[in-house]
Design a protein around this ligand. Structure first.
Ligand SMILES: *[C@@H]1O[C@H](CO)[C@@H](O)[C@H](O)[C@H]1NC(C)=O
Ligand SMILES: *[C@@H]1O[C@H](CO)[C@@H](O)[C@H](O)[C@H]1NC(C)=O
Ligand SMILES: *[C@@H]1O[C@H](CO)[C@@H](O)[C@H](O)[C@H]1NC(C)=O
Ligand SMILES: *[C@@H]1O[C@H](CO)[C@@H](O)[C@H](O)[C@H]1NC(C)=O
Ligand SMILES: *[C@@H]1O[C@H](CO)[C@@H](O)[C@H](O)[C@H]1NC(C)=O
Ligand SMILES: *[C@@H]1O[C@H](CO)[C@@H](O)[C@H](O)[C@H]1NC(C)=O
Length: 524
């Protein structure tokens, strides 16, 4: 008896709509009759048009390949739909023949021979030999006496760039070499490449999610996809219009084809720009292609503890993380690589759900639960509004000046007083119950363990005592958040507390599921 379900019935939406559309009907009868007549004619016309197209052969709305896919899958990105001017739909190499998969991506990782041995651990977390395609581009040949690790991408040595201008006083001319990786990758002329994805040697990609995000877009059109910095000062100094290279970005084949023709000239024209990513963006702006922002790319331009940022991930699949050497470990008491490995165990079970939020209330005990799946659970001894739960705790400072603001998203302070904080649980293990048979429900179980504070650091107030009785939170889900779910209108999932009494074996049981109609996180 602890359902968080709360239904709110809104006023009749059709009524509101009517008053918007016919605001002046009462004002003038003449106007009203004209409007009625127009509507009548319009209705007759629409019906006849509908009948015509339905019974003509072939039906008009099925007469192009793009439209067929729209009709069948229902939720293809609009950009793949009815825009027929390019002709891309009418030949046999359109995206509708084969869905974009990992083999269509060519990665270009900016590395250097001297630092690869330290940085490769990040790359090797996500690189899958013989599955992911691409190269790490080095400044020089690695020492001959060392064998190149099999778990790393193969390397290529970048072409000499000494002829290019670089005039940014506080940067490194290596930016020129790294900006040219997209061109050198393109010029390899490899088969079946739809996307060129650039990343740093310390970028961790979440490949399935990256593929899912790119598959929404038509690589035969010119796309430049990535994300901004989290830091306002970085965006001001560099650009709000660019995809930050550490978070990684994707350039469609069609765009790369045009970009490589002008890139070398741009590099000299924008010699004063600090970074490779900024030079590439300047060049793309000459072509006239804007950045398509995807919220799952993370530059992680912050200092301190990334906890607040990760536990409030936006409603978009997690695509990348970066700067992991510059922030504290994602999990308390673990090193960064082991922390990432732990998140990846959850990620492998349900890539699209990783870090996704769900909130619910236990109305009998007046508690709030905020889950960031695969990472963290926050338990509050009060009913906290969804708006507040949605806002990131500020557990970090700005990248450049270590200030408390500003960021490109809203934050709320994390009080040092344990009685003004939630009780925290971090991912401990991941299990899967049931078999993948046709009739069996497959349940993914993630277990989160309470962060045990030093003696006397827990809140000793009475209302916190029952929360601190729990050592674990077990969260079950019975479906994955796959790409099909992500191609629909986004909505946060709902959750509910299952055990009514204090939990079996100090465990709070929570179930995450899709929300019902009229269900919302609304206090009574
Ligand atoms: C498809 O055909 C059009 C027109 O024939 C051509 O311009 C375009 O390059 C083709 N697209 C691909 C990907 O082959
Ligand atoms: C292209 O597609 C059309 C319709 O699906 C098909 O009839 C034609 O044979 C295809 N052409 C090639 C070269 O595959
Ligand atoms: C990806 O698509 C290609 C066609 O371009 C296909 O040959 C290949 O089998 C697919 N790979 C995977 C892993 O689905
Ligand atoms: C990758 O493929 C090559 C050639 O097919 C093979 O020799 C190698 O063992 C494979 N590596 C892995 C890690 O599967
Ligand atoms: C919680 O999950 C863990 C790990 O799967 C499991 O061992 C434990 O029995 C679960 N606890 C309860 C009370 O179900
Ligand atoms: C609770 O703990 C006991 C003893 O460790 C164990 O036998 C039992 O299976 C656990 N119950 C659940 C639901 O995990």
């Amino acid at each position: 008896m602890s359902s968080p379900t709360k239904t709110t019935i809104h006023q009749d939406p059709f009524k509101a709509w009517k008053s918007l559309v016919f605001p002046s009907v009462k004002v003038s009868d003449v106007f009203s009759s004209v409007l009625k007549a127009t509507l009548a004619i319009f209705t007759v016309l629409s019906i006849s048009l509908f009948l015509y197209s339905a019974f003509s052969n072939p039906p008009q709305w099925l007469s192009c390949r793009g439209c067929i896919t729209v009709a069948i899958t229902g939720h293809r990105k609009l950009t793949n739909g009815h825009q027929t001017s390019s002709g891309a739909y009418y030949n046999n190499t359109s995206i509708h023949d084969v869905k974009t998969n990992v083999s269509h991506i060519l990665f270009g990782i900016g590395g250097s021979a001297k630092t690869w041995d330290q940085r490769r651990h990040y790359c090797e977390l996500w690189w899958r030999p013989n599955v992911t395609r691409g190269y790490v581009w080095l400044d020089e040949k690695p020492p001959a006496e060392k064998t190149w690790p099999e778990s790393s991408p193969a390397y290529k040595v970048s072409a000499d760039t000494s002829r290019f201008k670089y005039t940014c006083s506080y940067g490194s001319p290596a930016a020129v070499r790294i900006a040219r990786i997209v061109k050198e990758s393109f010029e390899l002329g490899l088969d079946n490449v739809r996307w060129f994805v650039m990343g740093d040697d310390d970028t961790v990609f979440f490949v399935e999610n990256l593929v899912g995000v790119l598959a929404k877009y038509d690589h035969n059109q010119m796309y430049y996809i990535g994300g901004n910095s989290e830091s306002v000062e970085q965006n001001i100094i560099h650009s709000y219009d660019m995809a930050y290279g550490g978070g990684g970005f994707a350039i469609s084949y069609a765009l790369a084809k045009e970009l490589v023709r002008i890139l070398d000239g741009c590099i000299d024209r924008y010699a004063s720009f600090y970074g490779s990513d900024q030079k590439v963006q300047a060049c793309i702006s000459e072509i006239g292609v804007p950045l398509t922002k995807e919220l799952g790319f993370h530059q992680v331009d912050i200092r301190g503890n990334p906890y607040g940022l990760l536990a409030a991930h936006p409603m978009a699949p997690l695509v990348s993380l970066h700067h992991l050497d510059y922030v504290q470990s994602i999990f308390p008491g673990m090193n960064q690589i082991d922390s990432l490995k732990r998140i990846i165990t959850a990620y492998k079970m349900d890539p699209g759900r990783t870090l996704q939020h769900s909130f619910c209330y236990d109305l009998t005990r007046k508690w709030s639960i905020s889950a960031s799946w695969g990472y963290n659970i926050q338990l509050y001894p009060s009913l906290v509004t969804a708006k507040e739960l949605d806002t990131a705790f500020q557990t970090y400072q700005t990248w450049r000046t270590w200030q408390h603001e500003p960021f490109t998203f809203n934050t709320r302070p994390m009080s040092p007083d344990p009685c003004e904080r939630p009780v925290q649980f971090f991912l401990d293990r991941v299990d899967r119950n049931g078999k993948d048979g046709s009739n069996t429900v497959v349940e993914t179980l993630t277990t989160y363990k309470r962060q045990v504070e030093e003696l006397g650091k827990d809140c000793s107030r009475l209302d916190y005592a029952p929360l601190l009785d729990f050592l674990f939170v077990n969260v079950s889900t019975t479906s994955t958040l796959d790409h099909d779910a992500w191609n629909m209108a986004p909505r946060r999932q709902c959750c509910e507390v299952i055990n009514a009494k204090n939990g079996v074996n100090n465990t709070l049981q929570v179930k995450i599921r899709s929300c019902n109609q009229f269900e919302s996180v609304t206090p009574p």
